[in-house]
Design a protein around this ligand. Structure first.
Ligand SMILES: Nc1ncnc2c1ncn2[C@@H]1O[C@H](COP(=O)(O)OP(=O)(O)OP(=O)(O)O)[C@@H](O)[C@H]1O
Length: 298
């Protein structure tokens, strides 16, 4: 059993059946997309200071789908916001594609990182096409027709029709809101996609469909994905690696079927029980990405 902060590495990986050769776009390579080093996040000051992250390290390699899990308030969403450059570390660094995330600026962020916020966070005053094309329109450098065409392409990519383009967010189903939000996140073709509870609020059928869409886009676009999820079905359906946030840092990371056995109260509580067993049993005998994910560094 690995010690805290340890990656489930070579020995654990060796215990797994050999993974089939993965396609080039989805294979994690030794090329970090996200590097978090010595991260401290402290809110408040003096006697009110509240430490969320304490000397946290995390590396996300190209092509991974990393699931970040942890108890409520452990700083998962804050960490995503730091990767997007929307929140600053108190100390330490968060680097995306070799540059400090905080220095990306709004346009730079949109072309490097796409974010799917929990519940979609669509602008209620704009129709579907307006929401999807917003980041391109804000650049101010493209003709309106081009922005419209690019947004239509992205709508199609997420399985929506041109007929949906003029609908308002209030007239969309939960699954459609997620798809529109995903199209918006991908409008500038970012290599990194951040997902905050991607299937929250969806019924099981819509959740499965959305997972299938995410898997297909990860494969076809060669995306690197970091997702926060409490949903075990989503975690096991998508992730190539799981990182557990507890005690203010990443206490373990590795292939999903390995991390479930890590001795930590949160891991026992999160993966234990009937739901965890069911989700684990539903895994194919050799999850394709599991073996190579097990050898990644935390
Ligand atoms: N801007 C802020 N100012 C002060 N405290 C904050 C701020 N943003 C987040 N926090 C606090 O930091 C902690 C971590 O928040 P975060 O939303 O990242 O948790 P989480 O792990 O995503 O939790 P959950 O799973 O419940 O969504 C919480 O206690 C939250 O109240």
């Amino acid at each position: 059993m690995p010690s805290p902060s340890q990656t489930l590495s070579a020995p654990a990986a060796a215990a797994l059946p050999a993974a089939p050769a993965a396609s080039p776009v989805s294979s994690p390579s030794a090329e970090p997309v996200v590097e978090v080093r010595g991260l401290w996040t402290v809110f408040g000051k003096g006697k009110d200071a509240f430490v969320v992250h304490q000397d946290l390290d995390l590396t996300v390699q190209r092509g991974e789908i990393l699931a970040l899990v942890g108890g409520s308030g452990t700083g998962k969403t804050v960490l995503l916001r730091q990767m997007l450059g929307l929140a600053q570390p108190t100390r330490g660094s968060v680097t995306v594609l070799g540059r400090p995330a905080a220095e990306m600026g709004r346009e730079g962020a949109a072309s490097r990182v796409g974010m799917l916020f929990q519940h979609g966070a669509l602008f209620s005053a704009f129709d579907v096409l307006g929401n999807v094309g917003l980041a391109l329109q804000e650049l101010g450098t493209l003709p309106a027709a081009l922005v419209r065409d690019a947004a239509l392409v992205k709508l199609q990519m997420v399985g929506l029709q041109p007929a949906h383009a003029t609908r308002m967010p209030a007239d969309l189903s939960g699954g459609m809101v997620k798809r529109v939000a995903l199209a918006r996140a991908l409008v500038m073709d970012p290599p990194l996609l951040l997902l905050d509870e991607p299937t929250a609020g969806l019924d099981p059928g819509s959740s499965d469909e959305f997972c299938a869409l995410l898997r297909a886009l990860h494969q076809s676009l060669g995306l690197t994905v970091v997702m926060v999820t409490h949903d075990l079905d989503t975690l096991f359906a998508l992730s190539t690696r799981v990182a557990v946030l507890a005690d203010k840092k990443v206490v373990v990371s590795g292939a999903p079927r390995e991390v479930v056995h890590f001795a930590h109260p949160f891991v026992r509580e999160f993966f234990g029980g009937e739901r965890g067993r069911r989700a684990l049993l539903a895994l194919p005998p050799q999850a394709p990405a599991a073996a190579f994910a097990a050898s990644q560094e935390v």
